[in-house]
Design a protein around this ligand. Structure first.
Ligand SMILES: [Zn+2]
Length: 179
C-alpha cells in the first residue's frame, strides 16, 4: 500500500513559524539561533524528498519494535539516485537492538554504495525523531566528505531538516584516520 503523499513539509505540525519550531525543538538558545539563521528554511516542495519519505513510511510498517512500540524507519538516497531503507529492530536483550539508520546504511553498503547524499528518518510522537548520537557518527562515516541533509519526518510528512555538520560538529571520521 502506498504511503500517503507528504504535505508541503514546511506546513507540518509546527506551522510556518521558525520561532515555534525553535521553541519546540530545543530550549538551548544557541540552537534556536542556528534555526533562525537558516538551518531550517522554507524550502520549496521537493518531489524527490516526497519519494524518500514514502519509501521510509512504507518500510516503517515492518519495523520490529515489540518492546518500545516506537517504530522508526530511515531511507537513504545515494548520489546514484538509489534509495535504501532500514527499520529499527529491537531485542529482548535490549542493548542488542539496532537503529533504523544502521539498517539503511547496511543495505546501502550491501549494494556496494558508500556515500549518503541525504537521509530521512520517520517516527511518531510529538518530539522530532532525530538520529541518536551513534547514528550521527554512522552517517558521518558515509558522508563522503560532504554534508548530507538529515530530514526528520513524522507520519504526516517531513517536519524539518538539518545538515549533518550541525548535528555532529567537529566530528571524528575517516578523514582523520592515519593512512
Ligand atoms: Zn541510532
Amino acid at each position: 500500500m502506498a504511503a500517503p503523499r507528504s504535505p508541503a513539509w514546511n506546513k507540518a505540525p509546527f506551522g510556518n513559524s521558525y520561532d515555534a519550531v525553535a521553541r519546540y525543538s530545543c530550549s538551548l538558545p544557541h540552537f534556536c539561533d542556528w534555526i533562525r539563521r537558516g538551518t531550517l528554511q522554507n524550502f520549496p516542495r521537493d518531489p524527490t524528498l516526497d519519494e524518500l519519505f514514502e519509501a521510509a513510511s512504507a518500510a516503517r510498517q515492518n519495523a520490529y519494535a515489540p518492546y518500545s512500540r516506537f517504530k522508526v524507519a530511515a531511507s537513504i538516497r545515494t548520489p546514484s539516485g538509489s534509495i535504501y531503507c532500514g527499520v529499527n529492530v529491537e531485542s529482548a536483550s535490549f542493548p542488542v537492538g539496532t537503529c533504523a539508520e544502521a539498517g539503511a546504511i547496511a543495505a546501502m553498503a550491501l549494494a556496494g554504495e558508500r556515500v549518503i547524499a541525504e537521509i530521512l528518518i520517520v517516527g511518531d510522537g510529538d518530539a522530532l525523531v532525530t538520529p541518536c548520537g551513534a547514528c550521527r557518527q554512522r552517517i558521518f562515516e558515509f558522508a563522503g566528505g560532504g554534508d548530507p541533509r538529515v530530514h526528520v519526518a513524522g507520519p504526516g510528512g517531513v517536519r524539518t531538516s538539518f545538515s549533518l555538520r550541525l548535528l555532529l560538529p567537529h566530528a571524528f571520521g575517516p578523514n582523520l584516520m592515519p593512512p
